[in-house]
Design a protein. Structure first.
Length: 305
């Protein structure tokens, strides 16, 4: 089952604390195997004043930034300009990052102490009919991979909250990663999962040693980015109906999903908050389901270093 409603954990924590360890591990396993965990309301503090403030903003769309983003490690806001509201937007997103981090560490305890806080985003614009380059369109089915932030095999966990006061956020999903990879890896051009040449890898390592901000891409990262683009470009995959399901997330619904392991598309919706975490392989309860392990079984060799 892809869609799982969580009814034993809320803003006050677990309803049955005696079973918390086992339930947390079960939910981690569900997520890692391609489920989406759904809460009818945010299981963490999300002040009404913050919601009202964000949904009343009228930010200008940018060709450089698909969303308004916040980088917690640098306390840096990107993609929002003008009208003097930048400090408050930063404050709201900083609070969302802190609240979701505490929530994930409490709810998914196998990840506590190991999860890495990545970017926060406010997705202000209506996704349906949005004019974006193909590779940036959220409305096309894809698995996530970051062009500038290679994960080296760590999994991409995302927490979403629909903060629009009346509009549902509509998602479509397709087959989970093991089935997807078995069907499409060769068509997508794995190239033997060779990744960059040894010379390129050595050059990037040298720049990193020199203190320059260069993050080395593994063969896994190279393939996942190529696969992300290939899926979005593949008209036959996008239009096929087999194996696809839709779900409407009402206002204030919050959901968690490993977006590297489940092809997903935002069919419609406006005004959503999102927090990304990276979960290292050693923290997973079902590492065999991780995309890097699936691809390594196909390739017959390690895809990271």
């Amino acid at each position: 089952m892809i869609w799982l409603t969580v009814d034993d954990y809320g803003s006050g924590g677990w309803t049955a604390a005696s079973d918390a360890v086992g339930r947390a591990r079960d939910y981690c396993s569900d997520l890692e195997n391609g489920a989406i965990l759904i809460f009818s309301a945010p299981p963490f503090a999300l002040p009404r004043a913050d919601l009202d403030f964000l949904t009343k903003l009228r930010p200008a769309e940018s060709r450089l930034h698909k969303h308004i983003s916040y980088r917690p490690g640098q306390d840096l806001l990107r993609g929002f300009h003008g009208d003097g509201n930048e400090p408050r937007v930063r404050d709201v997103m900083r609070r969302y990052a802190a609240e979701t981090r505490s929530f994930v560490a409490s709810f998914l305890t196998p990840y506590a102490g190991k999860l890495q806080l990545d970017y926060t985003s406010f997705r202000a614009f209506e996704e349906e009919g949005r004019s974006l380059p193909v590779h940036k369109k959220n409305a096309l089915l894809h698995v996530d991979a970051f062009p500038s932030r290679p994960t080296r095999g760590a999994r991409i966990l995302r927490v979403f909250t629909n903060i629009h006061p009346v509009k549902e956020r509509v998602w479509e999903v397709a087959d989970r990663f093991p089935e997807l990879a078995a069907q499409f890896v060769k068509q997508a051009g794995s190239g033997g999962f060779t990744g960059r040449s040894g010379v390129a890898r050595s050059l990037k390592r040298g720049l990193s040693v020199m203190g320059l901000p260069v993050r080395e891409r593994t063969p896994y990262d190279e393939f996942m980015l190529r696969f992300h683009d290939w899926l979005k470009e593949n008209t036959a995959f996008q239009t096929a109906s087999e194996g696809k399901e839709r779900r409407q997330f009402p206002p204030l619904a919050t959901w968690l999903v490993f977006t590297d392991g489940l092809p997903h598309a935002v069919v419609s919706g406006q005004s959503a908050m999102e927090q990304t975490f990276l979960i290292p392989i050693e923290a997973l309860v079902a590492p065999e389901a991780a995309p890097i392990r699936v691809l390594e079984r196909i390739a017959g060799r390690a895809l990271s270093y």
